[in-house]
Design a protein around this ligand. Structure first.
Ligand code: ABU
Length: 376
């Protein structure tokens, strides 16, 4: 029998001891129909190109087995686990501003809800098919709000996502990977600046400092909105040349514990951004190579889901079970490894960090970067 504990919302970083978390669900997940931002993310050589509709049921079942097993691993370690409530994602979505043929799913909670201290914030999102995804989390957020009198429940302004939110003809300029790399290195992404946009998975939380990736799913207007929303915190925008499909920071830049973070070796921290970490004594380690040459079928994420790890506390980390190089590297860095089979869930939106959203980690808001760099 599971013990019902009262909720407290509190999580300031990616590494303090985790006690309560949301784990996604694969039920009814769709391959989304074409729309400007989705088309830019699907890799040029992906088997998802040109396809949309319900994901094959056997893949949903296999993903759910691994998601349930992950939830059980966490529960056995004393971590409370909640799950979102799926909607009928096959239904079309219509607002006064746009229509799309289907929704997406509720597998990567990290994309939708950001927890910053005692606040849980529903992100704007940047894909039309994900506009209503926050509804899957509403039963949980309502419950947390009732149980924790100090919880702040916030929703960023819902974007209109008209055609004006996306650059016309962006895709016709990116025929090859080289074209994409040039544009992304020049911070030329598919979204415009007409309204704030951000997915929650663009945030890497490190106490008083939050890094937000500027890419396909967060624009400077969105980052500015976050800066004004959290006036007591320091919000830093970063982008990482070398990523042709930059969405979500957690396969690129992964804080592990105070003073240590992993950086994707082909998506390097820019020299002008590196300084903040150097002057505060942080070590930036290039992550190990993925164990796989390709992502699994119908997966729009990269092989770098290998580094999408979930830190349980500063000495313990969940790593996908087949990612042996990442496990070995983290073991050498002093972590106990909790291997979690999860490759069947990858196609549904990501790995172990993506598949979760923190509700409670011990600890408080610390300043890990007392020395700041002007203009960053
Ligand atoms: N949601 C994380 C995906 C990042 C990547 O494909 O590398």
């Amino acid at each position: 029998m599971t013990e019902e504990r009262k909720t407290i919302v509190n999580s300031w970083n990616e590494w303090d001891p985790l006690k309560h978390v949301i784990v996604g669900v694969a039920d009814g997940c769709m391959i989304p129909p074409p729309e400007p931002a989705v088309e830019c993310k699907v890799p040029i050589d992906s088997d998802m190109k040109g396809k949309w509709g319900p994901r094959p049921q056997d893949t949903v079942d296999k993903a759910n087995i691994q998601l349930d097993n992950f939830a059980e691993i966490l529960r056995k370690r004393g971590i409370r686990v909640d799950r979102p409530i799926p909607l009928d994602f096959s239904q079309a979505v219509k607002t006064p501003d746009f229509e799309t043929e289907s929704m997406f799913g509720c597998m990567p909670p990290r994309d939708v809800i950001a927890t910053v201290g005692n606040e849980m914030i529903e992100a704007t999102m940047s894909y039309r098919c994900r506009w209503f995804e926050y509804l899957c989390y509403r039963p949980l957020l309502e419950k947390y709000f009732k149980e924790d009198p100090n919880m702040r429940w916030e929703a960023a302004p819902k974007p209109r996502l008209t055609d004006r939110s996306y650059k016309e003809g962006y895709l016709s300029r990116v025929m090859t990977i080289e074209d994409r790399l040039k544009l992304t290195a020049a911070r030329d992404f598919v979204t415009t600046e007409v309204e704030p946009l951000f997915d929650a998975a663009e945030l890497a939380r490190m106490g008083k400092d939050i890094i937000v990736q500027h890419g396909f799913t967060a624009n400077p207007a969105g980052i500015d909105w976050l800066r004004r929303h959290f006036p007591d915190l320091r919000i830093h925008a970063m982008n990482f040349p070398g990523d042709p499909y930059p969405i979500h920071i957690d396969c690129t830049f992964v804080p592990l514990r105070p003073g240590l973070l992993l950086n994707n070796p082909i998506r390097n921290v820019r020299p002008e951004h590196r300084k903040l970490f150097e002057i505060n004594g942080w070590e930036i380690v290039k992550s190990a190579q993925p164990a796989h040459k390709n992502p699994p079928p119908l997966c729009y994420s990269s092989v770098w889901l290998s580094m999408n790890v979930l830190v349980l506390d500063p000495k313990t980390v969940c790593v996908e079970a087949s990612e042996v190089h990442q496990q070995e590297q983290l073991h050498k860095l002093g972590f106990e490894i909790v291997p979690v089979p999860f490759r069947d869930a990858y196609p549904f939106g990501g790995a172990l960090h993506c598949a979760t959203t923190d509700v409670y980690r011990e600890g408080s808001c610390e300043d890990y970067f007392p020395k700041q760099v002007e203009g960053f």
